[in-house]
Design a protein around this ligand. Structure first.
Ligand SMILES: Nc1ncnc2c1ncn2[C@@H]1O[C@H](COP(=O)(O)OP(=O)(O)OP(=O)(O)O)[C@@H](O)[C@H]1O
Ligand SMILES: [Mg+2]
Length: 272
């Protein structure tokens, strides 16, 4: 395990609730520089909520979040700006601006960072679109793209500023297997060449195994596994094992009644 000093992001005792729903409970996690940490866990367990805390899009009820040694938990929006310039965020929903072209969406972080030189903007836009296989679509509107293409435009936008940290929320969801694999390779390449720190949220266990240095599983607001891809098979916890193997419990299977309230009511129907 790397040293504590190598943690670029640290969460200490983070708790987040929405009304009575406890999403994150006493979450303590260090994300190490230059590593790819993959977060897995069931739908609704708080993975996106966790990512949003790292750039101040959500605030914890209690606990602290540190970025490169600085406590960012209670920074104002303007104080957060320099942090956000160091972090690329690929949103689960892509979050493209519908009224802006692909090029305008991709260049947005650069413009917000004060880059105005048209030639540089065009060149960087072409570079990152080429990386995701979409050079040539600069003039398209988001509504003219497929879901997978939108995701790749969002990824191009996330890497446009050459961020030190990239937060990927389900980067391969909705992509065909070849595109998904290319995104996995891209995550690996950015890490190898730019020493990017990556936090990848995914349900795609192939992707998780391929890109992860470390795999963390969230369940009921807590970390239930913290291991390497190779170590996953040795985790004894039944919840973790079932998730990794994609195996439902008998109780979950019993809920697949497809409209039959119970065996009893079905029999009644036959008698009638
Ligand atoms: N802004 C919000 N207001 C109220 N509840 C929220 C809000 N954001 C998230 N939640 C709730 O917090 C829980 C965790 O949501 P989150 O989006 O983090 O799940 P997730 O693990 O990313 O799931 P998925 O794998 O489906 O994307 C869910 O129950 C969700 O309904
Ligand atoms: Mg999510």
């Amino acid at each position: 395990m790397p040293k504590r000093d190598d943690a670029i992001i640290r969460l200490k005792g983070v708790r987040k609730t929405f009304n009575s729903l406890v999403v994150l409970e006493d979450l303590t996690l260090d994300i190490y520089r230059g590593q790819t940490t993959v977060v897995i866990g069931p739908s609704g367990c708080g993975k996106t909520v966790l990512l949003k805390h790292l750039v101040g899009l959500l605030r914890p009820d209690s606990g602290s979040i540190f970025f490169d040694g600085a406590d960012i938990t209670r920074l104002s929006e303007s104080e957060l700006t320099p942090i956000r310039h160091r972090v690329g965020f690929l949103f689960q929903s892509s979050a493209l601006f519908d009224s802006m072209t692909v090029a305008q969406n991709v260049c947005l972080p650069l413009m917000e960072h004060g880059v105005r030189a048209k030639e540089y903007l065009e060149q960087r836009c072409r570079e990152v679109l080429r990386v995701v296989g979409l050079d040539g679509l600069q003039g398209r509107m988001p509504e003219e793209l497929s879901g997978g293409q939108r995701k790749r435009v969002a990824l191009a936008r996330a890497i446009a500023l050459k961020p030190e940290v990239i937060l990927y929320d389900e980067p391969t969801t909705g992509l065909d297997p070849i595109r998904a694999d290319l995104i996995n390779e891209l995550i690996l390449k950015l890490q190898a060449e730019l020493k990017t720190t990556a936090l990848v949220v995914t349900h795609d266990m192939n992707s998780a195994r391929k890109v992860a240095d470390r795999i963390v599983m969230l369940y009921n607001g807590r970390i239930v596994a913290d291991t390497t891809p190779g170590g996953l098979a040795d985790v004894k916890d039944e919840t973790v094992a079932r998730f990794v193997e994609g195996r439902a419990t008998q109780e979950e299977l019993n809920e697949l009644t497809y409209g039959r309230a119970s065996q009893g009511s079905d029999d009644e129907g036959k008698d009638a």
